[in-house]
Design a protein. Structure first.
Length: 251
């Protein structure tokens, strides 16, 4: 599941790249960049999204979807209660139109989450004591990923978002070999399609099915510091490649 991301581009770069303009919330000042070498989803950081209701804007939104029928004032309690299910960080795209938590957003509150990369775990299972190592994923051409998401607005007007996931494609099945999932990554030409108010259910699923190809993605193993609770992983060198003797997969 996609619980860890990297956003290194300054907001001005994102505005230029997506031809959008940022809108700041009450909690952020004009200098807010919301950049992270490692954004840990379970810290529920604010991140930039391009929302369907304002497709010409970037807005800062808390990562971790709180359903539209819950109160945002109880966010901390909700995240603790739902941590075993991922605290709203990810939403299974297969359940978009079935789940009470998602279906109210599926047609009218989709979004793009721009990130430079993201991290997924690979389980080393052929050793006496199995363990996980993180892999970093980035685009081959250096552009940002356009992660597909949904967002919700609580009765007390708190906005939160979730990253959509789908069944793993071959590259992700090799890496994310325990959960066998991958984030939904919108194709460049489908950004405006994804944010179109006129999409029907079958068209939403068509965009999800035809997302970014494995051949456009580069990935490699990095330091296990990413998963440490005692070591700061929000640092530039966290994406440096690390060699593991136990790692047997090839690309």
């Amino acid at each position: 599941m996609c619980y860890n991301t990297r956003v290194s581009r300054k907001v001005r770069e994102l505005e230029d790249y997506y031809s959008v303009e940022r809108l700041l919330g009450e909690e952020l000042d004009e200098q807010a960049e919301l950049t992270y070498n490692h954004a840990n989803g379970f810290a529920h950081p604010n991140m930039w999204i391009i929302p369907q209701e304002r497709p010409k804007n970037l807005i800062p939104v808390k990562w971790g979807l709180i359903p539209h029928y819950k109160m945002g004032a109880n966010a901390e309690e909700y995240y603790k209660e739902t941590i075993r299910w991922g605290s709203g960080l990810n939403a299974q795209s297969e359940k978009l139109f079935d789940s009470n938590n998602y279906k109210s957003s599926a047609l009218k509150r989709r979004c793009i989450i721009p990130v430079d990369g993201f991290f997924e775990p690979h389980r080393i299972q052929h050793v006496k004591k199995p363990y996980s190592i993180p892999f970093y994923f980035e685009r081959e051409n250096g552009d940002p990923f356009h992660l597909a998401g949904i967002y919700a607005v609580t009765p007390d007007k708190m906005v939160t978002f979730s990253i959509l996931t789908k069944e793993a494609t071959p590259l992700f099945a090799k890496i994310h070999n325990k959960k066998n999932r991958r984030p939904v990554i919108i194709q460049d030409n489908d950004i405006h399609v994804w944010l179109d108010n006129n999409l029907k259910e079958e068209e939403v699923y068509k965009v999800i099915e035809d997302d970014l190809s494995d051949s456009d993605i580069n990935t490699y193993p990095i330091s296990k510091d990413l998963y440490s609770r005692s070591i700061n992983s929000d640092r530039p060198d966290i994406i440096e490649k690390v060699v593991y003797e136990d790692l047997k997969i090839t690309f």
